[in-house]
Design a protein around this ligand. Sequence first.
Ligand code: NAD
Length: 376
Amino acid sequence: QTVFIPNEVSVGEPRVAASPDTVKRIKALGLDVIVEAGAGRASRIADADYVKMGATLGTAADVGRADIVLRVRRPSESELTAYKSGAAVIATMDPYGNEASVAAMARAGVAAFAMEFMPRITRAQVMDILSSQANLAGYQAVIDAAAAYDRALPMMMTAAGTVPAAKVFVMGAGVAGLQAIATARRMGAVVTATDVRAAAGEQVASLGAKFIMTDALKDASGSGGYARELTEDEKKAQSALVAEHIAKQDLVITTALIPGRPAPMLVSAEMVASMRPGSVIVDLAVERGGNVEGAVAGEVVTTANDVKILGHLNVPGRIAASASLLYARNLQAFLETLVDKSTGTLTINPEDELVKATMLTYGGAIVHPSFAAVIA
Ligand code: NAD
């Protein structure tokens, strides 16, 4: 059977769903691999590097020969017309709000797997695209903030005088936030962070940053290690704390998300107005509605008081060469669970908990419980 890797650069996605390493591993499962020419270029992977590991080069039309398609983004409706019915498509599906695209995949008869629904259990850690990509996004957010900032991050004592260390405030200390803290610390900044889960406090402290939280907010852990939405009183207490703290910060990185909800609004326009000219805010939640009032998806906004708000889209794509290597490995590890090693063929077990959690469509129908009823 054949695995196909499309070139997604033309649709604005610099990442690619296979690396030379994963091609080698997929070949070892007994599958053939066709890589669309140029697919890895924006991630600094040459066609020849795939070929060296046993892949053949092809064109977009070769998707019609594939039993398995590995992608970064879900296929468009027009792309689906070329897919073989019964093929498996593994990608970041972003299905919420895109139910029509889920229905289109069902009609095309493909088995569509949403990698972002992978359960966060030990067995699936190697398949966790949210963690692999959020980790790099947290790093890149600090790099972007530092580049947009007109001052130095570390304290520098020189013959000509002392440059003070920058103050960095990270809001939301999950995977992205913790990497942002570590990166800012490595660059010599003085770092504080906040989160609504009490457990995050210890992790923040272990990275050498100070944890900031109000007494009014004991712990807002929800299910599965995620945060729950705050009550109105809790929101007020958090807002008062942030308002006081943020005015003294130079760089602010926001990463706060709540599963299945729009991102919580944490930084008001008034708070932004209280910051010093030249300060920089990076809103990593901008694609999910944003944590910062005035942040615009895909844009850098400069406010009246000269604070820059960075709303970059696809932040992992800004560090594509690293992001692709990890993403590719996440997908290949999952694919391995879907292949019968004795025959080298796709064998989907609907009872497997990883399949149950991630499979959106199968056999012409929408099978995922979160979507089946919506479009029935
Ligand atoms: P996420 O992307 O859903 O959210 C980012 C952070 O924002 C979270 O820490 C959340 O608590 C915080 N947040 C939400 N509302 C907030 C608010 N109003 N103010 C401030 N912060 C707010 O989270 P994530 O990065 O995916 O991580 C969530 C948890 O899952 C963490 O505990 C992490 O360690 C854990 N995790 C476990 C595994 C695993 O076991 N395999 C893998 C990855 C992450």
